[in-house]
Design a protein around this ligand. Structure first.
Ligand SMILES: Nc1nc2c(ncn2[C@@H]2O[C@H](COP(=O)(O)OP(=O)(O)OP(=O)(O)O)[C@@H](O)[C@H]2O)c(=O)[nH]1
Ligand SMILES: C[S@@+](CC[C@H](N)C(=O)[O-])C[C@H]1O[C@@H](n2cnc3c(N)ncnc32)[C@H](O)[C@@H]1O
Ligand code: SF4
Ligand code: SF4
Length: 340
């Protein structure tokens, strides 16, 4: 792929996922369980976070190395103050073709318009159930589904392109697959089913809680007339299907049952400025330290190139080979810290 640096397995760098905060207004049990992320949990202090200037500078260098796509995430990105200012700056970078944001959606009515005006066009909104009570339990803040649907409808009215992310867990919300699919079939969105992943160390994951793409597809094919589409771009995360009798789509994110590491083009930047080559990484590379020590753009470019050239992560490919014991011992970063 011309114009892009590659890693140890020849994978080009294409996307940068930028976490802008480690805080969140939800406490989803699979991501930020209250017992760990309680009142005394120490979130990052303001001066630990990358400033907008620092994020912009890193993104510019990455754009020159082949990044075309940016995703803003968190924690909950809508909690970061003046986010529209950052979006505007990122949108102005030469070479950046696409900016998306992954959000729980709760604050879209408050901030969506400013973000759209700043140039954001795509939102991936997380929602795990149609049932108000169940969703309130999953986010552990008692926020019902209807509160999020209102925000989604508002975001659609503003013109955003929207994907809905549903993490499916066996015995918890797998009975919500069909209600979710029925509801979102009527909306101009792609509903994606995400296999529950063993991110972080605190989310109680085990293989038995995973509902695979195959199982979900069987449920859906009983009711819907759908067919698979070719990937929209190299390394697309989701396998997408279209409804033959509606304008909406369905998708699957199959990190557990069909890993997609061989085409993984994603670099990740935590809100305190560490580079990670994988969602399941243990250690990051401290980019902020170099920035704050005053490196030149040329030096920064060399540093970031070297980091990508050395990248050899492919955790999901290896997951089944790693024993449960070793998986437990591996001190992985938290999902809310790196942003998915
Ligand atoms: N294992 C794994 N999971 C990923 C990767 N990228 C995204 N995901 C997961 O896929 C789910 C949806 O991700 P999103 O944040 O919506 O981003 P996306 O699907 O890459 O975004 P677009 O395709 O650009 O719309 C989240 O649970 C992510 O953690 C990846 O590289 N590896
Ligand atoms: C960490 S969140 C950050 C952005 C935002 N707060 C949100 O929830 O969309 C990013 C995505 O990761 C997903 N996620 C979190 N923990 C997960 C897990 N254990 N397995 C699969 N997906 C997970 C969330 O559902 C969400 O779609
Ligand atoms: S999944 Fe998103 S909304 Fe839920 S706790 Fe994690 S960061 Fe917050
Ligand atoms: S497990 Fe790591 S290397 Fe594999 S697709 Fe996910 S982020 Fe990329």
């Amino acid at each position: 792929m011309a114009g892009s640096i590659t890693d140890k397995f020849g994978r080009p760098i294409r996307d940068l996922r930028i976490s802008v905060t480690d805080r969140c207004n939800f406490r989803c049990r699979y991501c930020m369980p209250k017992e760990i992320f309680g009142d005394d949990f120490e979130f990052m202090k303001k001066d630990e976070l990358l400033s907008f200037e620092e994020i912009e500078r890193i993104a510019k260098i990455y754009a020159s190395l082949g990044i075309k796509k940016l995703r803003i995430t968190g924690g909950e990105p809508l909690l970061r103050r003046d986010l529209d200012v950052l979006i505007k700056r990122l949108n102005d970078i030469e070479g950046i073709e696409d900016i998306g944001m992954t959000t729980n959606g709760l604050l879209l009515k408050k901030h969506g318009k400013k973000l759209y005006e700043a140039g954001l066009r795509r939102l991936n909104i997380s929602l795990d159930a149609m049932d108000d009570e169940l969703f309130g339990q999953i986010n552990d803040r008692g926020i019902g589904t209807s509160r999020i649907i209102e925000q989604i409808e508002y975001a659609i009215s503003l013109g955003f392109k929207i994907k809905i992310n549903m993490v499916v867990q066996k015995g918890l919300n797998d009975h919500e697959i069909l209600p979710m699919a029925r509801f979102f079939k009527k909306m101009p969105v792609t509903l994606r089913f995400i296999e529950f992943m063993d991110v972080g160390n605190d989310n109680g994951w085990n293989f038995d809680k995973v509902v695979t793409k195959k199982e979900i597809l069987e449920i859906l094919e009983n009711e819907f007339d759908i067919e698979p589409l070719e990937p929209a771009y190299y390394g697309e995360v989701a396998k997408v299907y279209r409804h033959n009798d509606a304008d909406s789509h369905l998708g699957f994110i199959t990190s557990v049952s069909e890993s997609f590491c061989s085409t993984c083009t994603r670099a990740r930047l935590s809100s305190d400025g560490k580079f990670y080559g994988c969602l399941f990484a243990v250690e990051g590379f401290d980019v902020r330290k170099h920035l704050r020590e005053g490196v030149s753009d040329q030096e920064l470019e060399e540093i970031l190139t070297g980091v990508w050239n050395r990248r050899d992560d492919r955790y999901s490919d290896l997951r089944t080979e790693i024993t449960a014991e070793n998986r437990r011992k591996r001190n992985k970063i938290n999902m809310s810290y790196i942003g998915g």
